[in-house]
Design a protein around this ligand. Structure first.
Ligand SMILES: [Fe+2]
Length: 215
């Protein structure tokens, strides 16, 4: 597998996403950004774990590779900061533009300088092996991400279910309390009427006493 073709395909995908980011508005902007973030994180991880270590040693590629690590760090910092935002305001847009320019510069340097030097520094066989390793690692990471996403979805569903069952339970208990208080009111009312009855009967006792005195 050609390692350069694999990395170039990633670069084109991110370029396309940056074009989408420019035209996206409102919450859609943050959604496109999340896609850019996912792509760049995966891409930088693969380069840093497989491609760059192989290019660090040869003289031809040593300096450019160290520079590439530094450029990745800047991109990662920007991704982290942009990822914290809840809305894409003017400052966010400015920072996203800086991210895009950094990525474009990095891609240009890789495709026009580093890849050429790597072709001279490493054998065709070594390059093929690197390409295969990167493709496999990408597959593995994407698979893991997919299963993580599915697990997250499942957990969210379960949480929603338990929340709704809790809600209905609290609704039931609320209606129980309401009917209990209604019943209490009813009993209280009969007590009142009962006390009225007592006062009436005490009144009749009084009138009986009065009539006894008269006699
Ligand atoms: Fe890179």
């Amino acid at each position: 597998m050609d390692p350069f073709e694999l990395l170039k395909a990633d670069h084109r995908k991110v370029e396309e996403l940056f074009t989408q980011l420019e035209s996206a508005r409102g919450p859609a902007k943050l959604r496109v950004f999340e896609q850019i973030r996912t792509e760049l994180e995966l891409h930088t991880q693969i380069e840093e774990s497989i491609f760059y270590p192989a290019l660090e040693e040869p003289k031809e590629t040593h300096e450019l590779t160290l520079e590439a690590y530094e450029e990745h760090d800047v991109v990662k910092r920007l991704l982290k900061e942009l990822g914290r935002a809840r809305t894409a305001n003017e400052e966010w847009e400015a920072q996203a533009k800086v991210l895009q320019e950094n990525v474009e510069h990095h891609v240009e340097e890789e495709e026009n300088e580093l890849f050429n030097k790597a072709t001279r520094a490493l054998s065709q066989e070594d390059l093929e092996t690197l390409g295969e390793q990167m493709a496999n690692e990408k597959e593995r990471k994407l698979g893991r991400r997919g299963s993580k996403k599915a697990a997250k979805k499942g957990a969210k569903k379960a949480a929603k279910k338990s929340a709704s069952s809790k809600k209905s339970a609290s609704k039931k208990s609320a209606s129980k309390t309401q009917s209990a208080s209604r019943a209490a009111k009813r009993t209280g009312g009969s007590k009142k009427s009962g006390s009225k009855g007592t006062s009436k009967s005490s009144g009749s006792k009084k009138s009986a006493k009065k009539s006894a005195k008269k006699r």
